[in-house]
Structure formats: C-alpha cells, structure tokens
Design a binder for this molecule. Structure first.
Ligand SMILES: *Cc1c(COP(=O)(O)O)cnc(C)c1O
Length: 368
C-alpha cells in the first residue's frame, strides 16, 4: 500500500521553483527568494555570516532574545557591534536608529527583528528602513514572527535580507524557511571573503547553483515533506486571503489585550502601548506576587490545548504569553485562553471579572 508521506514522487525543480514564486508573492517582492532547507535559524545565521564583513561595524537592535543571538553571531564574524537595546515592554523608534547611525557613521549593516513572539512587541520597519537606506547600510530583518500576522514588505521598506519561517502566523511547517535577497546584498556577499561557500549556511551556493543556473537543477535533495507542507500552508493563506489572515491576527491581539484589561486581577499587557504590541502573540505581566509559570501551569491543567506559555529564561516569573497565531488566531481561542487564565488567577484569591473579559473580547473582535 502506498503511504501518503513515504511513497512520494520526487519534488521536481519546477515544482520547487513554483513554491519559491508563491513565497515571493507573499512578500510582494521582486527580489530573489531562496527557500533554505532548514528551520529559520539557517537563513538567519547564513545571512549574517554572508553579509557581515570582518573588521566592519554593525548596528544590532535588541528588542528581545533574537537580537541578542544576532549580536553574538556578528561578533563571532569579527564585526564591531553597536548594540541598541530597548526595554522589552516597548518598540525601538526610527529616531533611536537614526541617532545610533549618526554616532557611528562607519556602520554598514543593521540587524532588526520585526516582531518578537518572545516579548510581544513589533517594530516600525517602514520608518526604520527609510533611515537605514538613507545611511546606506545593508538592512537585515527577521520577519519570522511577523509574516502572516502583519504586512511584511521588503521591497517597499528597503530590506536587503528578509527572513521568514512558516511555523508562526502562517500556520505551516518549521523545517524549511525563506529569505529574500536584494542585489545589494548579493554584491556584498560576493565581495565578502568570509561569506560561507561550499557550506550548508551558504546563500552564494544557492545563487551559483540554483538561481544563476536558471532554477533547472536543485543543488541537493530538498526537504520534500516540508516543502509540500509549505506549499499547502501558502495555499490555505491564499484561499483565505493574506489580508484576511493578517486582520484575524490583529483582531486576536486587540481582543486579547482588551480582554486582559477587563479581566482585572492585576493582569496587565506587558507591552505598554497597543501600537507597539505584536499581532502574532500577546504578552501579559502577571500580578505582583503571582508566578507567571505557575499560573500558566494551572491554566494548562484545565485545558492543555491552549496556546499559553510563560516567558523564557528570566521572564518566566513575570511574563505570560498567549500565542494566538496561525489556526489559533480565533475569537474562540482568545476567549478560552483568558477564561483559563482568569480562573487560575481567581484561584489565587484575585478579584477577576470573567464576564467583563468575555464582553471585551467579543466587542473588540467585532470592531477591531
Ligand atoms: C519564532 C521565531 C524564530 C524562529 O525560531 P524558533 O524558536 O525555532 O521557532 C526566529 N525569530 C523570531 C523573531 C521568532 O519569533
């Protein structure tokens, strides 16, 4: 008997190229798109090692844990790193980026995370892109947590390397990922003697062996199941409409925020301003004296299917994350997540108003 996962015809180069084109259209980009055969950390690291020239200076914006990782890679590449760190409860501003660039005119690479699922903030990439382009630096963007949840427009924003993954708001697989690469970025990679070549991290290999060869022959066997899953999730997004998908995430975030505020009991949005809050996931600050990971554990004991998690590392005691993304960006999931958190919080003796939370979610979902 043929097995649906195991007995597949090989994925052809034409099929692969077709999936690539659909990813490009998701990004509204005319740039080359490379679908890397691994989780998003592969293109994230590959782009830094390709674009960061030893002895150069980079601006690394830190609004969450991924920014920290990028800074480490850049330093590892022999780059002098200027870190611009902002508190996790806010977003970076274009003015802060402008100031950092003015202080260090030698900066020729800027790394930024668009939305941080881990901290719940989102950064104004369009405005920052203008500043970076004016300065002339190469602009690297991690859009893994924003793609599907809010607009991601590398061409309009002047992003030279825009990395996406399907595992968050796209509701797809984690095992393949993609990056759009501008002409400027290709030129920088080619001129960088330290850029990976003949390596799994190499983007230049994909250019030489796949793109420049007219996308006729794949450099190695593709991750076939993951490629098919990526295609399926793009088909699902196209059927719903990308705008409808992002609108659903915006509603989920707004409704969660409003519902948490109405719930009371000392629960507060972790990100102070709604405009800085990411549509992909909402972070909440647990009330004084209440351990966030214990609260989440209690809520999950009542319903283990809810997309709740405590903050990572040092944030585990104070941050609650509601991952209302992909198939979980629904009114039902927002209602149940807040109801479970509310009941758990009520169990600690806090005064919570489940009915107000419910009304706030319903009203906001309708009107957001
Ligand atoms: C989720 C995410 C990634 C991908 O990392 P995983 O933890 O392996 O899913 C990369 N960057 C950002 C900003 C993310 O939110």
């Amino acid at each position: 008997m043929t097995h649906p996962f195991l007995d597949l015809a090989p994925l052809t180069a034409a099929h692969f190229a077709g999936i690539e084109r659909r990813v490009a259209s998701l990004l509204s980009t005319e740039q080359d798109v490379v679908i890397m055969q691994g989780e998003a950390l592969l293109p994230l690291e590959g782009c830094i090692r390709s674009g960061a020239v030893p002895g150069s200076t980079a601006l690394n914006v830190i609004t969450g844990p991924y920014g920290q990782t990028f800074g480490d890679w850049l330093r590892d590449c022999g780059v002098t790193v200027v870190d611009l760190a902002v508190p996790f409860h806010t977003a970076v501003t274009a003015a802060q980026v402008r100031e950092a660039l003015a202080e260090h005119p030698e900066i020729d690479f800027v790394s930024l995370v668009h939305a941080e699922a881990a901290t719940g903030n989102t950064n104004p990439v369009a405005e920052i892109g203008e500043v970076v382009r004016e300065h002339g630096a190469l602009f690297y963007l991690d859009a893994v947590a924003s793609i599907g949840a809010e607009p991601v427009l590398p061409d309009a924003w002047g992003v030279d390397m825009c990395v996406i993954g399907a595992q968050k708001a796209m509701g797809g697989p984690a095992g393949v990922s993609a990056v759009s690469v501008s002409e400027r970025a290709w030129a920088r990679f080619a001129a960088n003697p330290a850029a990976p070549r003949r390596s799994y991290l190499s983007l230049l290999d994909w250019k030489a062996r796949w793109i420049d060869g007219g996308r006729k022959a794949l450099p190695h066997a593709p991750a076939q199941l993951e490629m098919l899953a990526l295609e399926a999730c793009i088909e699902r997004i196209e059927a719903e409409g990308l705008d409808a998908v992002t609108a659903r995430h915006a509603r989920a975030a707004a409704a969660t925020r409003a519902g948490a505020l109405a719930l009371g009991g000392g629960l507060e949005p972790y990100v102070y301003e709604a405009a800085d809050a990411a549509p992909v996931a909402t972070t909440l600050r647990s009330p004084a004296g209440v351990d966030a990971s214990e609260l989440v554990a209690k809520a999950l004991a009542a319903d283990p299917t809810l997309p709740l998690i405590a903050g990572g590392g040092a944030l585990a005691k104070e941050m609650i994350r509601i991952n209302h993304y992909g198939p979980d960006a629904t009114q039902g999931v927002v209602h149940s997540s807040l109801a479970a958190l509310g009941s758990a919080l009520g169990g600690t003796g806090a005064a919570v108003d489940l009915e107000s939370a419910r009304r706030a979610v319903t009203d906001t979902w309708l009107n957001a």
